[in-house]
Write a protein that binds this ligand. Structure first.
Ligand code: SAH
Length: 461
């Protein structure tokens, strides 16, 4: 059969009807079966689209004018939304965002995992899906001799110069970024120049405990010595009593990585604290901590509900990070074993267990896919296994170790529906059955999809 040429040409303006949306939030419309991907197009809409890239089997377009608008199109409340790379879904009603995330999970499970006909619940959203992030790290630059702070423009390293706030970030953090920026500007502390690898102030990072209202300010600088630093600290601590910790992180390298190796306490404590449910966490400048604790609580509650512990169980928490899930599990189980590859995270996990007087959780550094088979060889027999892997999902060796250990239940927390679906297929083929899946919106206004699945060992006749 002769191959058909694409039905559109570059730079042509066409009328396009959007039928679908990709997991990156782009509208998808077809011309004679040929799909075009268009940022900001919404399903149900018709629009004038300029074709900007034509490939053999698909193309890309730019939205010129929406001629028939979806009821779910909303005005993005952020004034730099179309420039910034941070959010992707502000032009979409929140209900549509939640529906889209649920559909993505459903479609991945069906297409990749061949799993159908099980309950995939409505996405658990936020009552107020704004100002949820407890951490911001923002680049510092210069514009007309003045210090500016702002995220990078999409696909670039140019700072958005008219950005004065980020409305998915805790308001306190916004205010602290502005306070540091204006004081540093007045004191003449120079911004870092990425191209020349010169200058001083690279990033301002702020973390706040939403329950405890404690704030940590981290100044990421190229040099250790910074003229005016004492005055900056004085002004911040006098004016903002919720600041409990000011940290300097020194990053002398020409790199995209934000934090350098060396960290110094400039003022106050090395840690701030926050709480999720009744568990308290100590958070240092470098430790991982969930950015949306409100939704994290809902995700972990679901994880616990799915684990359905009675108090006598042995539980493994694989990919445990700083032990957040492990500590919740430990309150309801006999014993929890956590495993995680980053040693600093395990040291935080141990500290957090002590801080909460939890003595039935033990933590190990290592690759979960190596430690689990070893545990299995040692005869460890978990009743329940919880996994919370990174985007690439579980390693095959880990899936095999789980199948060999035969826990009666597996609870899978996933930040990527595609790898969740792939791994569920392996578990199903190995004698397990996916019972239900609950998507939870951890990152409103963005395309990230988090979900938790309950998987049971099939009872053989
Ligand atoms: N459950 C934790 C963190 C989950 S994020 C929480 O809710 O806070 C995924 C974690 O997997 C990260 O901490 C990452 O460092 C860890 N990780 C990545 N690859 C790993 C591997 N091969 N073995 C063990 N842990 C790994």
């Amino acid at each position: 059969m002769a191959k058909l040429a694409p039905p559109v040409k570059k730079n042509q303006t066409i009328e396009l009807h959007f039928e679908d949306i990709t997991h990156e939030g782009d509208g998808v419309g077809k011309i004679n079966g040929y799909p075009l991907f268009v940022p900001y197009g919404l399903p149900g809409e018709t629009a004038e689209v300029k074709v900007i890239k034509v490939k053999k089997n698909f193309g890309f377009g730019r939205l010129v004018n929406v001629t028939s608008e979806s009821e779910d199109r909303v005005d993005p409340p952020c004034n730099v939304y179309y420039k910034c790379g941070g959010c992707q879904l502000q032009h979409m009603s929140y209900q549509m965002q939640l529906d889209m995330k649920r559909k993505q999970v459903e479609s991945a499970l069906r297409k990749i995992g061949h799993i159908e006909g099980i309950p995939i619940h409505d996405t658990v959203g936020m009552e107020d899906p704004w100002r949820y992030r407890n951490k911001v790290q923002i680049p510092v630059g210069t514009n007309n001799g003045e210090l500016i702070t702002g995220f990078y423009r999409k696909r670039s390293h140019d700072i958005i110069d008219d950005m004065d706030r980020c409305i998915i970030t805790d308001e306190v953090n916004d205010r602290m970024v502005e306070a540091v920026r204006s004081i540093a500007d007045r004191l003449g502390i120079p911004a870092y120049d990425e191209e020349k690898n010169r200058g001083v102030l690279r990033h301002i990072m702020v973390r706040s405990g939403q329950e405890t209202e404690q704030t940590m300010v981290v100044l990421v600088t190229r040099t250790e010595k910074v003229m005016g630093l004492d005055t900056l600290i004085d002004e911040l601590t006098k004016n903002y009593p919720h600041i409990k910790s000011i940290i300097q992180n020194i990053n002398p390298d020409r790199t995209n990585v934000i934090l350098g190796k060396k960290t110094k306490v400039l003022w106050g404590e090395e840690y701030i604290y926050d709480e999720i449910g009744d568990i308290r966490f100590a958070i240092s400048a470098k430790s991982f901590y969930q950015v949306n604790p409100t939704q994290t609580k809902k995700l972990y509650d679901k994880t616990l509900e799915y684990a359905d512990l009675k108090g006598h169980e042995i539980v493994i928490d694989a990919y445990c990070g700083i032990g957040t899930i492990s500590l919740f599990l430990a309150k309801q189980a006999k014993k929890v074993y956590g495993v995680e590859v980053v040693s600093e995270a395990i040291s935080d996990a141990k500290d957090n267990a002590k801080l909460n007087h939890i003595d039935n959780a033990e933590f190990f550094v290592g690759q979960a896919e190596k430690v689990m088979p070893w545990w299995q060889a040692q005869g460890l027999k978990p009743d329940v296994i919880v996994v919370d892997p990174p985007r690439k999902g579980c390693d095959q060796a880990l899936l095999e170790a789980m199948l060999a250990m035969k826990p009666k239940r597996i609870v899978y927390v996933s930040c990527n529906p595609s790898t969740l679906a792939r791994d569920l297929r392996v578990l199903e083929d190995g004698g397990y059955e996916t019972k239900e899946v609950q998507p939870v919106d951890m990152f409103p206004q963005t395309t990230h999809v988090e979900s938790v699945a309950q998987i049971d060992l099939k009872v053989s006749n």
